[in-house]
Design a protein around this ligand. Structure first.
Ligand SMILES: NC(=O)C1=CN([C@@H]2O[C@H](COP(=O)(O)OP(=O)(O)OC[C@H]3O[C@@H](n4cnc5c(N)ncnc54)[C@H](O)[C@@H]3O)[C@@H](O)[C@H]2O)C=CC1
Ligand SMILES: O=C(O)[C@H]1O[C@H](OP(=O)(O)OP(=O)(O)OC[C@H]2O[C@@H](n3ccc(=O)[nH]c3=O)[C@H](O)[C@@H]2O)[C@H](O)[C@@H](O)[C@@H]1O
Length: 431
């Protein structure tokens, strides 16, 4: 495989992973970011994301001279073969994706791109963006390709180097194939298509996952009312290959930096294209309901009023295996509890003591989070919560009640320690 010269704009979860992994695959990579502090830290191989192997690959790339970090626009742009865009596309007005960072990068680079260069949009962008970018560039000698990213936080490097699929979309097939060739060595099936289809694969996938989760969260509610057990119900579903085994664990709602924004963005796109998408709207509404439902369970667990009541919160990140707090359902639940007067003390293995995400005072052990609590609520599925000594936890609390929103805890052990366990998707037996 021939080594290529790649510039990656944006050094966040996706940009940094892309840059470090392409360097690992043998390419020559310059990664640019607007944040000078971030660039200074990365240039010393200081990686602040909690991502297995990422720091190691950054360090390797720097040491072997295949990776470097710069502020703003790379000075060597006239040499690059590919310009990757990995800048944020947050929720903007009326739910649509805000493309101002994409436009900003193009404005600052368009005149400096060499002839024959390929602009690759890795950021998640609404259908039609690649075509619009092509027009905006006004550079017939430069092609634009959509290459959406599917990595999961907490598995970023593994997912990038061993993806389940690589999707490349362009109106220029030769450019699409050039982009695909960059991934030589990753051995994933490829989908080569037009840019609109490629852009839509990304939203279609994230929104499908969100719908699946809203479905399972409502099933969990149904189980509680019907006296059924969600774990057994999903076990029965998982064995059907058409349904698939993954993404069937109920929780306090789905969150993170992408599922919430991408569901809103696809709904906004559908509205603009005059396509009614009630399924997607219902998935979003169900998620709002789920967060409220969890807060209601905690309120009920402490007897009906949260005013002045101390709650111990276990888990703050949007899922286990990451330090990312963006759009965390745990924090959304915490906000609702705090709005009703609860005092929240929390513990999360990836959030340092003294931090104060939202209304939660963070301490350094689960035991301290439980101290004098009238209820404990498990919001993130960190395995270490299941392995806790629940008898010791019982010694900390004011009232031994635990609301397990992730169905994570070993029920028999927790109950044997004297706790009343209220688990999602299980009948509340009162002990
Ligand atoms: N986080 C994830 O797991 C995934 C994210 N995506 C998509 O990738 C894109 C980037 O997301 P993240 O990496 O999570 O964002 P992020 O917020 O972690 O990082 C974005 C980086 O871009 C920098 N930046 C902002 N404006 C810039 C500009 N004009 N020029 C250069 N750098 C700039 C920021 O300083 C930041 O370091 C989004 O479109 C997102 O939807 C896609 C798949 C997975
Ligand atoms: O576009 C993106 O940014 C990425 O969004 C998600 O990845 P990520 O945000 O890392 O998080 P997920 O692992 O998908 O989890 C999302 C939410 O669903 C919740 N979840 C997940 C699985 C499950 O069974 N139950 C459940 O409640 C998680 O706790 C979390 O709050 C997708 O899984 C990635 O493929 C995609 O690239």
């Amino acid at each position: 495989m021939a080594a290529r010269r790649i510039a990656v704009m944006g050094a966040g979860y996706v940009g940094l992973t892309t840059a470090a992994c392409f360097a690992r695959l043998g390419h020559q990579v310059t990664c640019a970011d607007v944040d000078p502090q971030r660039v200074a830290a990365l240039s010393k191989a200081e990686v602040d994301q909690h991502e297995p192997r990422l720091a190691e690959l950054v360090e390797e790339g720097l040491r072997e001279g295949r990776l470097r970090f710069v502020v703003g626009v790379p000075a060597n742009l006239s040499d690059v073969d590919f310009l990757f865009l990995a800048v944020p596309t947050p929720t903007g007005e009326s739910g649509a994706a805000d493309l101002s960072a994409v436009v900003d990068v193009l404005t600052r680079t368009r005149e400096r791109l060499p002839a024959g260069c390929v602009v690759v949009i890795k950021s998640t962008v609404p259908v039609g963006t690649t075509m619009r970018v092509t027009k905006l560039l006004e550079r017939p000698d430069v092609t634009v390709v959509a290459n959406p990213e599917f990595l999961r936080e907490g598995h970023a490097v593994e997912d990038f180097l061993h993806p389940q699929r690589i999707v490349v979309g362009s109106e220029d097939e030769a450019s699409a194939l050039r982009v695909l060739a960059l991934y030589a060595g990753t051995d994933a099936p490829a989908v080569i298509t037009d840019s609109a289809s490629a852009e839509l694969v990304k939203y279609a996938s994230n929104c499908f996952l969100a719908m699946k989760l809203s479905y399972v969260n409502t099933l969990a509610e149904l189980c509680e009312q019907a006296g059924a057990d969600i774990d057994d119900v999903t076990e029965g579903m998982r064995l059907d290959e058409r349904i698939g085994a993954a993404f069937l664990d109920p929780g306090p709602g789905w969150g993170g930096s992408c599922l919430p924004k991408d569901t809103k963005a696809l709904l906004s796109t559908s509205d603009k294209l005059d396509v009614d998408f009630p399924l997607l709207r219902a998935a979003i509404d169900t998620n709002t309901h789920q967060v409220r439902r969890v807060a209601g369970k905690v309120r009920e667990a402490v007897g009906g009023s949260l005013s002045g009541v101390r709650i111990g919160v276990l888990g703050l990140t949007f899922k286990a295996g990451t330090d990312d707090l963006r759009d965390s359902p745990a924090l959304a639940v915490a906000q609702l509890l705090a709005a009703e007067g609860a005092e929240l003390t929390g513990y999360d293995p990836c959030v340092p003591e003294g931090a104060s995400p939202g209304p939660v005072r963070v301490v350094d052990t689960p035991q301290r989070a439980a101290r004098d609590a009238s209820a404990i609520v498990v919001l993130t599925e960190w395995p270490e919560f299941a392995a806790l000594d629940w008898t010791q936890m019982a010694g900390q609390v004011r009232h031994p009640v635990v609301v397990d929103c992730r169905d994570l805890l070993p029920a028999e052990k927790v109950k044997a320690a004297g706790f009343r366990l209220i688990a999602t998707g299980k009948p509340d037996t009162g002990n």
